[in-house]
Ligand binder design. Structure first.
Ligand SMILES: [Ca+2]
Ligand SMILES: [Ca+2]
Length: 426
């Protein structure tokens, strides 16, 4: 803390000069549209819901995911209503994201478009010892990231002043987000993404800091929520490297990509995830696994950007395995969205997500499934939207890895699951 305030007193003159520089730069250009890695595949037609069934346990969801060749003669009202016009509600879509995939981001304007490093690092000021360069090999978005070489450095910071000049008001909320990768950072040293607000009259500052990132960390999404305190009228962003001990080795490399600051409004707050442990940080807690947990592992080496673990399913010569979670208290006539990230390695068999909707009498059930994936592929997002019927009160969310033919023990390979969310849309 002492160090920071000392920094600030030496930085206040810098701030004034930075203001003069930045005010001459005019308005930042609008952030370029993000398209790479997120190209949506056109919505797939959904599975045809099956008529009501009294089976206590769904046993044929895979078959139900395939549109029936003929419509039932007298279809019972399905628990999941699917509009005939697929434009109204995209019933099942798959969005391949490819290597280094990330979740979709908000459409709010980015107040630090220079944080994508595509045009170098205009507006950023380096203090302390480091070698900064754009890097066209290690990047997550666009064609460049920023590489910070720390050879011989005991600490440094890269500051972008006044990212929300004229917009910062007490009570406003912002999300600072960046993507960071580290290599050979000493365990006694850390990298942080930090935002701070400034009261330009009193010079008082408030700090908002990410968790420390150290050692060797694959590209990780780092979020720092900021709530502007009373009296603050400016916001700045900092990427900092700090040694926590004199024993720390002076070296290592940090890559940064796509730093953004977006204002968060009430409507943009992430909807509640109705799944518990959908990020599989707690192995299979809250999930039912079938046939048993012997094929499952918590994998801390492979995960989809956030958190520290994914769930891995390894199969050899079995016909299927799945994890299941029941969600009760579902609202009728409401659209829900299911998203989940899946990675596959030599997966012989189909991996997919299924939703089963059920009424309170357990007399009306319907299934919808995402597209199936297999083979070897990096993280892909599987998504599904369902609209519940008049009497739906329960949804069962199931991830399946199974052979194409029921009962044929042909499934093999590995599948990783991470960041499953079920959210109420309307
Ligand atoms: Ca970039
Ligand atoms: Ca996780």
């Amino acid at each position: 803390m002492i160090r920071k305030y000392a920094l600030f007193s030496s930085a206040s003159c810098l701030l004034l000069s930075a203001l003069a520089i930045i005010s001459g730069c005019g308005q930042p250009a609008a952030a370029p549209a993000r398209t790479e890695g997120l190209a949506p595949v056109p919505p797939q037609p959904s599975a045809t819901p099956q008529p009501a069934s009294v089976e206590p346990v769904p046993s044929e969801p895979a078959a139900l995911a395939i549109p029936a060749p003929k419509a039932p003669k007298t279809p019972a009202e399905p628990a999941v209503a699917i509009p005939k016009n697929p434009k109204e509600v995209p019933a099942a879509t798959i969005v391949p994201l490819g290597e280094g995939s990330v979740s979709a981001k908000s459409d709010a304007p980015n107040l630090v478009p220079e944080g994508n490093w595509e045009e170098g690092y205009p507006g950023w000021q380096l203090r302390g010892k480091a070698e900064i360069k754009v890097d066209e090999k290690e990047k997550l978005f666009g064609v460049r990231s920023l590489r910070v070489g720390l050879k011989g450095s005991t600490g440094c910071e890269l500051v972008r002043w006044e990212v929300a000049k004229g917009e910062v008001k007490a009570g406003n909320r912002y999300l600072l987000r960046g993507y960071i990768k580290t290599q050979d950072i000493d365990s006694e040293a850390s990298v942080y993404l930090t935002a701070f607000t400034i009261n330009s009259t009193s010079k008082q500052m408030s700090w908002f800091k990410s968790s420390p990132i150290t050692k060797n960390t694959a590209w990780a999404e780092v979020d720092v929520p900021v709530q502007v305190p009373e009296g603050a009228d400016a916001l700045a962003v900092r990427i900092e490297y700090e040694q926590n001990s004199k024993k720390a080795a002076k070296g290592g490399t940090v890559w940064v990509d796509d730093v953004s600051v977006t204002q968060v409004t009430q409507e943009m707050l992430e909807p509640e995830n109705l799944l518990t442990n959908g990020d599989f940080e707690a192995f299979t807690n809250n999930w039912t696994d079938l046939p048993d947990a012997s094929h499952l592992a918590s994998d801390t080496d492979v995960k989809q950007l956030k958190g520290s673990a994914s769930l891995r399913i390894d199969l050899k010569g079995l016909d299927k395995a799945f994890v299941l979670q029941w969600i009760k208290g579902i609202t009728p006539n409401t659209t829900y969205r299911l998203d989940g990230f899946v990675k596959t390695k030599e997966a012989a068999g189909d991996a997919f997500l299924t939703v089963m909707a059920e009424n309170s009498k357990r007399s009306n059930k319907a299934w919808l499934s995402t597209k199936k994936v297999n083979g070897t592929a990096d993280w892909r997002k599987l998504s599904l939207q369902v609209k519940t019927a008049d009497d739906t009160d329960t949804l069962a969310i199931r991830f399946e890895f199974r052979s194409e033919k029921e009962g044929v023990p042909a499934t093999s390979g590995s599948v990783w699951l991470d960041n499953f969310t079920l959210t109420k849309i309307e």
